[in-house]
Design a protein around this ligand. Structure first.
Ligand SMILES: [Zn+2]
Length: 372
């Protein structure tokens, strides 16, 4: 009797461990668009794989580990194929695509006579790559954790943003920067210790935007993209004012950007900048909503975003002046200013704040929840 009991306990312990391992390793699979319009792609997998016809699930061929092979659009007989591991889990596979290593496998969509290359990657492995690119891996751990949760929330919220192109997210700043495989202990730890955690608002995953440096105060999402989210409101930085910047343009160059019939720049009509103070032409954080530019032949009205784009300004939180033959922009912050400031997160983490506290500061009223 006792023997049976012990054997049962051992069995329970074993299956319990196996289940826990399996559960902790899984995360939703993301399809990350890497390139499109290519004629061929060279692949190499870290473990034995199979080439599958996505539409039917049929195995087309076996792919040995560590051996380069080429898929040619012209020779491909089916619309979509994917490379998946034969025996191991997707999160344990790495695929080298045209010389660059990625987590997970790959899908190739045939579009006329070219290929769209899509990385099939579990969310947690994708985040290891994203966080390493979006934030300096040398930043304090709690800042990296806040960044991970923001990136995970953003990815899950914006999934299928590129559905018409056949994938979930792209790998550029349009979605989130993902440059494939990355191994940084601190980043891996940040991902593991926040596993499956996202920001939610009213039971929906929050659109956790982030940027480099708020310059002293973040921005209402409505003042940047015209959308509304109660958790994306302007909040003051408590520890850092961010880094000031200066951009100088010659008056001649500036005038040339004002369109035909403008003449030469004479003066500007814009309320002076005070961070955290609004005006008719400035948002509640002080960012430029719009301003008038007086020329010798006419006056033009431009938005802060227009000016940022035209002169590659780091942000729209600026003052402008005409100084002889030069137009000088003096401002603070880098990026759109919506949601978490990475520089701010670093300052708070250095000061001893937890990632939960950092997130609560930037995403007002959003709650942290574990979704897997
Ligand atoms: Zn995108």
């Amino acid at each position: 009797m006792r023997k049976i009991f012990v054997a049962l306990m051992v069995l329970l312990l074993l299956t319990g461990t196996a289940c826990a391992e399996k559960k902790s390793a899984w995360s939703p699979e993301m399809r990350i668009g890497l390139t499109s319009g290519v004629k061929r792609v060279e692949l190499k997998v870290s473990a034995a794989c199979v080439l599958i016809d996505t539409a039917t699930g049929k195995r087309l061929s076996k792919i040995p580990a560590e051996k380069k092979f080429v898929i040619d659009a012209a020779k491909l007989k089916v619309d979509t194929v994917e490379v998946r591991p034969k025996e191991i889990r997707l999160q344990d596979l790495q695929t080298t695509i045209d010389g660059k290593k990625f987590f997970g496998g790959v899908r190739l969509n045939k579009v006329r006579d070219t290929l769209t290359v899509i990385n099939l990657v579990p969310t947690e492995e994708y985040l290891r790559g994203v966080v390493a690119k979006e934030m300096m891996p040398s930043y304090p751990l709690e800042a990296l954790k806040a960044q991970t949760v923001a990136a995970r929330s953003f990815a899950m919220k914006n999934r299928s943003r590129h559905e018409t192109e056949g994938f979930d997210l792209c790998a550029t700043t349009h979605c989130q920067v993902y440059d494939g495989y990355a191994e940084f202990d601190a980043v891996n730890r940040a991902v593991e210790e926040t596993r499956g955690r996202v920001l939610m608002f009213k039971n929906k995953i929050a659109d956790a935007n982030f940027h480099t440096d708020s310059g002293g105060m973040t921005e209402n999402v409505a003042d940047v993209w015209g959308t509304y989210a109660p958790y994306l409101v302007a909040v003051k930085e408590l520890l850092t004012l961010g880094e000031p910047w200066t951009v100088k343009v010659t008056a001649k160059d500036f005038s040339a950007h004002m369109g035909e019939g403008f003449g030469e720049v004479k003066s500007f009509k814009l309320s002076p900048l005070t961070i955290g103070k609004d005006a008719d032409d400035r948002s509640s954080s002080g960012r430029v909503k719009s301003m008038q530019i007086v020329g010798t032949k006419k006056t033009v009205k431009l938005t802060g975003a227009d000016l940022r784009l035209k002169f590659s300004l780091p942000s729209t939180l600026f003052d402008i002046k005409l100084d002889g033959e030069a137009v000088i922009f003096e401002g603070y912050g880098r990026g759109h200013g919506v949601g978490m400031s990475q520089l701010g997160a670093k300052a708070y983490a250095t000061d001893g704040w937890s990632y939960e506290k950092i997130l609560a500061h930037y995403y007002r009223g959003a709650q942290l929840k574990k979704v897997y």
